[in-house]
Write a protein that binds this ligand. Structure first.
Ligand SMILES: Nc1ncnc2c1ncn2[C@@H]1O[C@H](COP(=O)(O)OP(=O)(O)OP(=O)(O)O)[C@@H](O)[C@H]1O
Length: 397
């Protein structure tokens, strides 16, 4: 492993940028009984992004996904992987370039976790030492200690652990593309949320091109860089970032599908724009309280931010404590309501509610950037409807 890599980092040849774009061109599937699963679909999944297919039951999500690795053969159209037409290449060879994770995991029950994860490296003829190192590294990266779980059989794992092993197996040969078909839906909601968080961290590291099928809009919004909302026949009603989808649904179908609480959902995918922050008066710990009082009066403010000598945040000072002699440092209080600059508006709002604060400070590292108030939060949300704000894709909920 690369000695300079961060802990848990999976050193791979793909770090040089091996993710591949997937392009579907005029792809259709007409089943033997005449059912049109997908009709004339054009869709591109960007390299290194997590794209989600979401939509009501029977709309063609699974059909679309399975045509990418040709478990289902398209009736018409072309599939391009990294620019190469793979519509007619040998499906077995194609599948070695595509990791696949499904709801039921599909681990081989009579093989240990290690042997399961080693499936594709073995097919590719990797030697034992390389395979073993890769498998153990991957198990660690999905949160399964290889010393504890490596020699267990799938039946000796919990549902969440089986899913983790499934993800490790799909990533074992470092494929540029990963297909995930409702991978987290068989576990309870708490485990599911944990798996989603872990998976987001892993994807931030490996940056695969991922196509992810779910029927759950919350999961789509949480995980997706882009989301395709589909209707019957594999028709794409809208293909957009979570913020855009929630802020500007293209039509009634999408608006219905994303739900009436889409404003709330949007909070989770909208980032803080530093231009929205309000700037209260700033005083320093070593200042005299009389000076601080004068500064508050000049600004007509009820409180000021207190910075340490080096400009990092110390706390805050309310007007009613800015009395008498002494220094600001002696009267300042700790600032508990703060969030990092890359937090989502949802995190900022939740912090405000939890601490019953009228505002929340925004910090870039130790540096104080300004405060977010209910008014500036509202302004940020309104602007996200116009789709001009920066967003925290897949921000932690
Ligand atoms: N083997 C098949 N033969 C005939 N029709 C099929 C076959 N497989 C799927 N279909 C039909 O194709 C359409 C799309 O199915 P698909 O499984 O892709 O939907 P989906 O969006 O993944 O649904 P779900 O969310 O319920 O899994 C449906 O109408 C389904 O009944």
């Amino acid at each position: 492993m690369d000695a300079t890599a961060p802990p848990g980092h999976i050193a791979t040849p793909q770090d040089a940028g091996g993710a591949e774009e997937i392009r579907l061109e005029g792809i259709s599937k007409v089943y033997a009984d005449g059912t049109v699963g997908v009709a004339e679909l054009d869709l591109t999944f960007a390299a290194g992004e997590l794209s989600v297919l979401v939509g009501p039951s029977g709309c063609g999500k699974t059909t679309t996904m399975k045509m990418i690795n040709r478990i289902i053969e398209p009736t018409t159209g072309r599939i391009l992987l990294g620019g190469e037409d793979v519509t007619r290449v040998d499906p077995d060879r194609l599948r070695r370039r595509i990791g696949y994770v499904i709801q039921s995991v599909g681990l081989f029950p009579h093989q240990t976790v290690r042997t399961n994860v080693a499936t594709v490296p073995r097919l590719l003829g990797w030697d034992k030492k390389r395979t073993r190192a890769r498998v153990d590294e991957l198990l660690e990266s999905v949160g399964l200690d290889p010393a504890v779980y490596g020699d267990r059989y799938p039946a000796q794992l919990s549902g969440g652990q089986r899913q983790r092993a499934g993800v490790a197996r799909a990533l074992a040969a470092d494929p540029p593309v990963l297909l995930m078909d409702e991978p987290f839906s068989a576990v309870d909601p708490v485990v599911r949320e944990r798996l989603q968080s872990e998976f987001l961290r892993l994807q931030a590291d490996v940056r695969k091109t991922i196509v992810f099928v779910t029927h759950d809009i919350e999961e789509a919004v949480r995980l997706g860089d882009r989301i395709a909302v589909m209707s019957q026949g594999g028709h794409v009603e809208q293909y957009a970032s979570p913020a855009e989808l929630l802020g500007k649904p293209a039509n009634e179908f999408v608006a219905d599908f994303v739900g009436t609480d889409r404003g709330l959902k949007r909070l989770a995918v909208t980032g803080i724009d530093l231009a929205d922050l309000e700037q209260p008066p700033v005083v320093h710990v070593a200042d005299g309280l009389a000076d601080a009082r004068a500064a508050l009066e000049r600004a007509g403010a009820r409180w000021a931010v207190v910075l340490d000598d080096d400009g990092t945040l110390h706390g805050w000072l309310s007007a009613d404590r800015a009395v008498g002699a002494g220094t600001v440092g002696s009267a300042a209080r700790r600032m508990e309501a703060w969030v990092p600059a890359d937090a989502s508006l949802k995190t900022a709002f939740a912090t405000m509610l939890q601490l019953e604060a009228g505002w929340v400070a925004v910090l870039d590292g130790d540096r104080f950037c300004g405060v977010l108030t209910p008014a500036s939060l509202h302004a940020a949300l309104r602007r996200s409807v116009e789709g001009v704000e920066p967003e925290t894709a897949g921000a932690a909920l």
